[in-house]
Design a protein around this ligand. Structure first.
Ligand SMILES: C[S@@+](CC[C@H](N)C(=O)[O-])C[C@H]1O[C@@H](n2cnc3c(N)ncnc32)[C@H](O)[C@@H]1O
Length: 243
């Protein structure tokens, strides 16, 4: 029966497929709160990223502080954004990259739901390439080809072993002199410490806490030199250059 239906559907460019409900709900779970944000934004008649920005703040200003200078180093930046959500930072990065030639953004996430969403959302941005990964490694067979890796709001919830696996992946895929920028919550800062205090009353808190020494040691071991760090709100942005 399915074959018969498919014979007919293929002529129209469609196909009938069985999707495991387990995989679908697992992927939605990995997508954190974004499926719910999408639902709410539709109800409000808003673009999902405008909707999230109205709740969490607009990254348009922060991106200038966090990335503008680093991006200006590269003429034709090959960029990887890891842990993308619905792409509210990607939209701002695109605005900066539009001034460069031959730029590219690989938008990598471990949730199939997120990657499917991004493929549709950025359908007209041919230089944005959403890719699924396994949550531990980067989905690139090539080494030494990226200029910049940016990871916003993801290391704040990763355990150290996961951060270490990504540090080595960043080192494998970045060109020499390429830059990795990410934020995490640093217990050496008062902001980080106070964040921990507040979260200690929440059973399902998703945040993880690290120190400058552990993060620096991991990235040094992976072949990076630290450029700078920047405290913005509760989290610390770290900048590492590959040797
Ligand atoms: C808190 S959201 C941040 C999303 C986006 N950067 C933002 O600020 O709006 C974390 C994102 O990282 C993804 N993520 C979490 N752990 C991951 C992992 N180990 N590998 C790849 N993606 C991951 C989630 O699916 C989600 O899209």
């Amino acid at each position: 029966m399915k074959k018969l239906i498919n014979l007919f559907l293929r002529k129209l460019g469609y196909e009938l497929k069985t999707i495991s409900s387990h995989n679908h709900s697992q992927s939605k779970l990995l997508a954190e709160g974004f499926p719910e944000y999408l639902k709410e934004s539709r109800k409000a008649g808003m673009d999902v990223n405008d909707f999230i920005n109205s709740k969490l703040g607009n990254p348009a200003y922060d991106i200038q502080i966090i990335l503008k200078k680093e991006l200006s180093e590269f003429k034709s930046p090959i960029f990887c954004e890891l842990g993308v959500g619905t792409g509210r930072w990607t939209k701002e990065i695109i605005k900066i990259l539009h001034d460069s030639q031959d730029w590219k953004i690989y938008a990598v996430d471990h949730s199939e739901w997120i990657v499917d969403f991004l493929k549709n959302y950025f359908i007209n941005e041919k230089n944005v390439i959403p890719l699924l990964n396994d949550g531990l490694t980067l989905p690139f067979p090539d080494n030494n080809f990226l200029d910049l890796i940016f990871c916003q709001g993801m290391f704040i919830e990763l355990k150290l072993s996961n951060i270490m696996s990504y540090a080595f992946e960043f080192s494998r895929t970045l060109k020499p002199n390429g830059i990795a920028v990410f934020n995490y919550i640093d217990l050496k800062t008062d902001n980080g410490w106070n964040h921990l205090r507040k979260q200690s009353t929440i059973l399902s808190s998703c945040f993880t806490y690290h120190t400058t020494e552990t993060i620096d040691r991991i990235f040094t071991e992976a072949g990076f030199v630290k450029i700078k760090s920047l405290l913005l709100g509760n989290s610390t942005y770290s900048y590492f250059r590959k040797l």
